[in-house]
Design a protein. Sequence first.
Length: 264
Amino acid sequence: MSRVKIEHLLKSKKCLLLACDQGLEHGPSKDFNEKNIDPNYIMHIALEGHFQGVILQPGVAEKYHVEHYKDIPLIVKLNGKTSLLKGDPYSAQTCSVDRAIKMGAEAVGYTIYPGSKHEAKMFAEFGKIVEQAHDYGIPVICWLYPRGEVIHDEVSTEITAYAARIGLELGADFVKIKYNKDLDAFKWVINSAGRTKVLVSGGDYTSDRDILQECWDTQQAGATGMAIGRAIWQNPKPFSMAKALQAIMWKKASVDEAMKFLED
Ligand code: FBP
């Protein structure tokens, strides 16, 4: 385990992570094709696209984050659920911090669905994970997706800010939340997270410009970065998209300038 990389992730002002846990969350038929169903393809994008980490479920991590992919920092998701069950969601812990450390994790992730009637169970599991991960000196990323019968608009500013704040209150080093599509209001969301860093997710791959605009907006608002999946590995030009996002994040490129990476 490389301590330098852990500290790098914790201290980094900017952070671009590649997420691929959708095989569990959504199933293979919804999001994947013949090419990206192979985790080797995802690992190759993460490594050659210069992502700062790849987020995997434990099974994929154990079988694919090996040999030549060891150079890409591994973030292991410690819980997950399928899209088969309906109703208020609960994402059960399926992997311990110890097991994640053994497979080389440099950070761990956990999803909480605030508002779900199972929220308390997820809070309790998450509390133990923070304690164990911090004992090892590794950061914890908390996916905070407000869901359930009582949540009517999961990306309203009020709910998004609440999600960000829950991450701070519970000890997350990073929160991963959805963008509320309002740059000015997102500043309040960032303020609500305090010293917990904010990453946004990408959603379905729709258009290159939309995802670059989200990156630009959230950067302006003060986000640390993105933990993004489908917009990269469903994209016919994943490396160009990575470069475009990096140009916005590290070189302060405009959306039009970043679009040039995708135009050739
Ligand atoms: P995307 O960038 O592809 O949206 O991935 C982000 C992510 O948080 C994944 O880590 C996770 O599998 C997925 O979104 C869950 O999405 P949802 O619960 O909205 O279906």
